[in-house]
Design a protein around this ligand. Structure first.
Ligand code: SF4
Ligand code: SF4
Length: 370
């Protein structure tokens, strides 16, 4: 009996938290099926394969590459291009790869801000030496390089073509497991570009709670109330993102008496998750107190209601800022008004021989705040 050749699987971690790797481990018994079907040929977190060994593999020799994490720096992008060349199917795995997720919230500031915050202005940081890491440092042994941070976090599909998307922060194993097996088998595949391992509709469709469509008179934070376990959380004044979030998790959070925070991103056909949620909330709040009282009064009333939530960008766009219309607007604004702190490195990095190479145009010499 001839044995079928094993498939080849690669998993790569770009700018993310490692939760997507954990979610692969979390496949439990399905992991045995994956291991029977495929060899893990590249996964820096689990397998000691070097990048130059990956580069030496023939193009299209990997069957499936699961890439998680957002594109935060030039190394992330370089690896995305390399895996795109080596793999027949590239899958954007998890929310960071698909829509930017939490790393994407950094698009609300500049790289300059972030470096200064992390290395200069924390009470626990000794900033007296001005120790801001630089993308290129010469030492007696040669030139040390750090990946160059981009001024904006991007999604995987912004830098390479993707074949499939598996959303979630992280993807839930009951959905992602069968999806990974289907992709590895490579038969009866869904149309290229499809989202797999999730449903098309919203979390509300999977939520067992009763929605009465009660108008909200005040917005609450989770610690302020002990919610009724059977009633819709939105009806109870909690900002539950279920209505603006793709289903697939089975309504995990509302089932545990917590509002959905939106980790599966937008449902099919919804362009902007935060805008969809804002529209849903707009029609759910009770405007009776301001009816007939004039625009100013209505504005005050709305402000009072919405001021209860301290971080609107972080609430509405925690998982999708780089996919949003807001991000595009912010990018246009920053391109217009902000000088770019960084410039790309010169082509061809100098070999680490100790010979000084050309300096970058604008390294990360972040000035201390006055
Ligand atoms: S808004 Fe939240 S609690 Fe209400 S039905 Fe949707 S998912 Fe369930
Ligand atoms: S309920 Fe919402 S936040 Fe919770 S796992 Fe599902 S999609 Fe993610």
């Amino acid at each position: 009996m001839t044995q079928r050749a094993k498939k080849k699987l690669a998993i790569y971690w770009a700018a993310g938290c490692g939760g997507c790797e954990i979610s692969v481990v979390n496949l439990h018994e399905t992991l045995l099926e994956v291991a029977q079907l495929a060899d893990l040929v590249f996964c820096p977190c689990l397998v000691d394969t070097k990048e130059d060994e990956l580069a030496e593999m023939p193009d299209d020799s990997i069957d499936v590459a699961l890439i998680n994490g957002a594109i935060r720096n030039d190394h992330n992008e370089e690896m995305a291009h390399l895996l795109r060349r080596k793999a027949k199917l590239v899958v954007a795995y998890g929310s960071c790869a698909n829509s930017g997720c939490v790393p994407g919230l950094s698009n609300l500031g500049t790289v300059d801000d972030h470096l200064r915050t992390v290395y200069d202005s924390q009470p626990t940081t000794d900033s007296t030496k001005g120790t801001i890491p630089q993308p290129r440092v010469e030492v007696p042994e040669g030139v040390l390089r750090l990946p160059l941070l981009y001024d904006q976090v991007r999604r995987l599909k912004d830098v390479v073509e993707i074949d499939y998307a598996i959303p979630g922060c992280p993807p839930e194993p009951h959905q992602s497991g069968p999806a990974i097996l289907t992709l590895l088998h490579g038969e009866n595949l869904p149309p290229r570009g499809a989202t797999v391992g999730a449903g098309p509709a919203s979390v509300c469709e999977e939520c067992p709670r009763t929605r009465k469509g009660k108008l909200i008179t005040s917005l609450k934070r989770t610690w302020e109330i002990d919610p009724d376990p059977d009633l819709c959380l939105l009806d109870q004044g909690l900002v539950c993102m279920g209505i603006a979030t793709r289903g697939g998790c089975g309504g995990l959070c509302p089932k545990a008496n917590m509002p959905c925070i939106g980790c599966y991103g937008s449902p099919e056909g919804v362009r902007d998750q935060g805008a969809a949620m804002a529209a849903a909330l707009g029609s759910a709040v009770d405007v009776t107190p301001s009816r007939g009282a004039g625009d100013d009064h209505a504005g005050d009333h709305a402000r009072q209601l919405f001021d209860a939530i301290p971080d609107w960008a972080g609430t509405f766009y925690k998982f999708t800022l780089p996919s949003s219309m807001l991000d595009n607007a912010a990018r246009r604004y920053s391109e217009r008004d902000e000088p770019q702190l960084q410039e790309p490195p010169p082509a061809g990095d100098p070999a680490p021989t100790g010979t000084p190479g050309p300096a970058y145009g604008a390294p990360w010499t972040v000035p201390a705040r006055g």
